[in-house]
Design a protein around this ligand. Structure first.
Ligand code: B1M
Length: 214
């Protein structure tokens, strides 16, 4: 028989919600919602990535896994710690052009909005022009770009260049697995102009946002 942690990972791997919610309730007796997400659920997602890479899963199955991850995050969200502070700042979030992965970005949205930030979430496959247009309508204190595909790392550079060319000098926060292998330091460059910071996960994104707003 599987341990609770193994079962949680397996819901994601198998793409099934049978028994998921009682086990999430059980897990909340031991862990915080974020520990559940970053621990067993994330381990499940990593396994999905490995299986997919080895052609042992098809896209439709990965989509089911993504559904389970999203349902879990939605279920856990009301139990997350909230800091009822005054609005600290406004942050825009977008998954870059060509990329549909949004689970990580949406997690960043939850963490930031639970901690005093107003979020403008532009969604997925967002071209630079849309970010520029949105910024002109409603300026923000920082722009967050997410991307998981290898090509998204390059797309982020292009997006940042377009933003700077359009005269937008807001700090840019970049994150997502596409970058994890590339950057280890917060401060990145030299292909980037102005202040561009790398966040390794959602909590790191919150830390950086808080430092920026100080
Ligand atoms: Co795709 N996919 N996928 N996929 N997928 C990856 C990324 C991949 C690594 C899998 C693999 O092959 N091993 C691979 C990319 C390989 C590469 O680029 N070289 C891949 C591929 C190839 C593809 C397709 C091309 C497959 C196809 O169609 N043949 C296709 C791409 C379509 C496109 O984008 N144009 C595709 C599609 C999909 C699904 C739609 C089926 C689904 C996404 C559903 C969705 O997001 N709504 C999906 C999934 C689920 C994955 C994996 C398995 C899991 C991603 C995930 O949600 N992780 C992924 C493999 C993997 O990562 N292990 C894979 C959980 C999430 C919480 O983590 O997003 O990393 P993550 O977010 C983290 C941090 O990165 C960070 O915080 C979060 C945690 O706190 N973070 C930020 C993220 N954004 C941030 C922004 C910030 C700060 C921090 O500030 C702004």
């Amino acid at each position: 028989t599987l341990t609770l942690e193994e079962r949680l990972a397996s819901y994601v791997v198998e793409g099934t919600k049978e028994g998921l919610y009682p086990d999430l309730d059980e897990a909340m007796k031991k862990y915080s919602p974020l520990e559940i997400i970053n621990g067993p659920l994330m381990r499940g997602m990593e396994e999905v990535g490995r299986l997919f890479n080895g052609n042992e899963l098809i896209v439709a199955e990965v989509l089911q896994s993504a559904e389970v991850m999203k349902a879990s995050v939605t279920y856990l969200e009301p139990f997350m710690e909230k800091n009822e502070t005054a609005v600290k700042g406004k942050i825009m979030l977008a998954t870059v052009k060509g990329d549909v992965h949004d689970i990580g970005k949406n997690l960043v949205e939850i963490i930031l909005s639970n901690n005093g930030y107003k979020i403008i979430n532009l969604g997925i496959k967002v071209p630079p022009e849309q970010i520029i247009e949105s910024y002109r309508k409603e300026p923000v204190d920082a722009i967050g770009l997410s991307g998981l595909l290898v090509k998204s790392a390059q797309q982020m550079v292009l997006t940042a260049q377009d933003l700077r060319s359009a005269g937008i000098d807001a700090p840019i926060l970049v994150g997502g697995a596409a970058l994890t292998r590339k950057f280890t330091k917060h401060r990145i460059g030299p292909e980037y102009d102005g202040l561009v910071l790398y966040a390794k996960d959602a909590m790191d994104g919150l830390d950086i946002a808080n430092k920026l707003m100080d």
